[in-house]
Write a protein that binds this ligand. Structure first.
Ligand SMILES: [Zn+2]
Length: 560
């Protein structure tokens, strides 16, 4: 039989198979039982924590023909076809490879059609943050008015990269890293079924290295099986992962306690020469020390003969805390240096002699200088961000001004006959809706509610602000299209329904009191609006900020 990767073979098929995300599973199950299903979900969280698996189980559960207390039965035709990936109503899109507007536009086209067999068509869009701005806008349009038979599940490891307009339309679930204990349990179930021989310690090491990602843990187990099929030992895991054995970590700690500085330096250099990861080594030392602290205070917590070597040593909590502190500090500083080994050596010297080595310190100081230079550069970029923000604020002001003038002028010259004429010509927009370039704009305009028109301009309204903004920030292109349809240069301004109610109220009030609207000169340079639209639309600031965060880290770049 063809070999199947373990993580595929053991992909969760039911809610009860999903590990470590109990709060999410319970909520989803209840929503199905109570028939309170929403049309858009956002699953965010670190990789390997079960986002797409949960999405698939959910897709099955909402469509299953014999639902059992919120769980898909697994044996009806729908469940079977979904399990075998044979059903066309569950559509998985990987945004990382399909980030074009085209794919989403195609999705928008097909969304309208009823599902072939299922009750719900479920779109699972993985890594949704990779979509382009154009694709987001297209998706947003669908999310704003999703057909009854459609459910969207957006999955992402980086929710901060999503436009707020998308996030606000979804019911959001945050997936957490899965604990070592839960991962060990999950692996044990597989080990039993597959009859895999593995040392208990090796199992725990896999779970630790996987860092909260069950999928990574299962993949690692898979690798380990092919690496040493008879018995998986911790050595095998260390070889595969570039980690250091527990005995070696024990030795390091013993050497610290016995103040064997030279032996220690020799030892860590040796480890580094083998190409092991120093940061991972420090993390492992801290992890070990934490366990040692527990052992010192609650020995019965560990059933094995771990820490036997330490039981005879005189070692108090303060000693252990001091080591943990020192290694934690080192771990923090490692981010800013190209010399992780030197930092580790410094820490070891300090722990064993109580003094800090001057020569080593110099190298680190130099590193720090470089780091500070970089910090200055960061400051500069921060200014750039501020500039960018200003220009966004500017464009908001300009739009407000333009809106005021155009609303006023359209009302001042409002003509009912012209309105009828415009409404009829508006329908001609349909002939552009299949045009590859003008199609999206035509579609957006067709969705508008034409409220007031004069010979020169028109006020249109939309239920959502995001839609109105898409007109206003692309006003020049919209007007080019309107020129074609109306047959003369024609201005437009878009507002929300809410704004319209207010404007209408004011207009009626003015008519009653005899106040007249007079035409104001339109001296607004709205080129900057299009600029904003071109510069990656409405999420330009957040994207720039994100870029800065990617480069400099979250604590340097503050987000309001
Ligand atoms: Zn079923």
């Amino acid at each position: 039989m063809e070999y199947q990767a373990l993580y595929r073979k053991y992909r969760p098929k039911k809610f009860s198979d999903l590990l470590g995300q109990d709060h999410i599973v319970t909520t989803l199950k209840n929503s199905i039982i109570k028939d309170k299903i929403s049309h858009a979900y956002l699953f965010s969280g670190p990789r390997g924590t079960g986002k797409t698996s949960t999405a698939k189980v959910f897709a099955k559960a909402v469509n299953c023909l014999n639902l059992e207390a919120g769980e898909p039965c697994g044996s009806c035709t729908i469940c079977e076809e979904i399990n075998n990936n044979e059903i066309i109503d569950i559509i998985e899109i990987d945004a990382a490879s399909n980030n074009g507007v085209e794919e989403i536009r195609e999705l928008r086209e097909k969304v309208k059609y009823a599902p072939s067999k299922c009750k719900y068509k479920v779109y699972i869009i993985d890594e949704v943050h990779m979509l382009t701005t154009g694709a987001f806008n297209a998706l947003l349009k669908t999310l704003e008015e999703p057909p009854q038979h459609v459910i969207f599940i957006l999955a992402t490891t980086e929710p901060h990269k999503l436009p707020l307009t998308i996030i606000s339309r979804c019911q959001r679930f945050d997936f957490k890293k899965i604990s070592v204990q839960v991962i060990v349990e999950g692996l044990k179930a597989i080990i039993e079924k597959e009859n895999i021989k593995i040392e208990e310690k090796a199992l725990k090491k896999i779970a630790k290295v996987a860092d909260g990602a069950l999928r990574d843990a299962i993949s690692l187990l898979d690798k380990a099986v092919s690496y040493s099929p008879e018995l998986i030992t911790t050595d095998a895991i260390d070889e595969i992962c570039g980690t250091v054995s527990e005995e070696e970590i024990e030795d390091i700690i013993l050497n610290i306690i016995n103040k064997e500085t030279e032996a220690l330096l020799f030892q860590v250099n040796n480890i580094a020469n083998k190409g092991k990861n120093i940061q991972q080594l420090i993390e492992d030392i801290i992890y070990y020390l934490r366990d040692l602290l527990i052992f010192k205070n609650v020995p019965e917590y560990f059933s094995t003969d771990n820490f036997k070597v330490f039981s005879e040593l005189e070692l108090n909590n303060d000693d252990i805390y001091q080591m943990i502190d020192e290694f934690n500090r080192t771990l923090n500083e490692i981010k800013y240096t190209n010399h992780p080994l030197i930092l580790l050596e410094l820490a070891l010297i300090k722990l064993t002699t109580g003094v800090e080595s001057k020569e080593l310190k110099k190298t680190i100081e130099k590193d720090k200088e470089i780091k500070e230079e970089n910090l200055e550069k960061k400051e500069e970029s921060k200014e750039e961000i501020e500039d960018k923000k200003e220009s966004v604020e500017d464009s908001e002001e300009i739009l407000e001004k333009l809106k005021k003038i155009r609303i006023n002028n359209t009302l001042a010259l409002a003509d009912k006959k012209v309105l009828e004429e415009v409404k009829i010509k508006w329908l001609d927009l349909t002939s552009y809706s299949l045009d590859p370039e003008l199609g999206p704009s035509a579609g957006l305009l067709l969705d508008a509610d034409v409220k007031v028109a004069s010979a020169e301009s028109v006020i249109v309204s939309y239920p959502y602000e995001s839609m109105a903004l898409r007109i206003n920030y692309d006003i020049e292109n919209m007007e080019k299209l309107l020129h074609l349809v109306i047959g003369r240069p024609y201005k437009i301004i878009a507002i929300t329904e809410e704004e319209w109610l207010k404007i209408r109220g004011e207009y009626i009030g003015a008519l009653r009191t005899g106040k007249k609207y007079t035409v104001i000169k339109e001296d607004v340079d709205y080129g900057v609006l299009a600029q904003k639209n071109n510069s990656e639309d409405l999420k330009s600031t957040s994207e720039l900020e994100q870029k800065a965060i990617d480069i400099f880290g979250e604590d340097v770049v503050e987000i309001e």
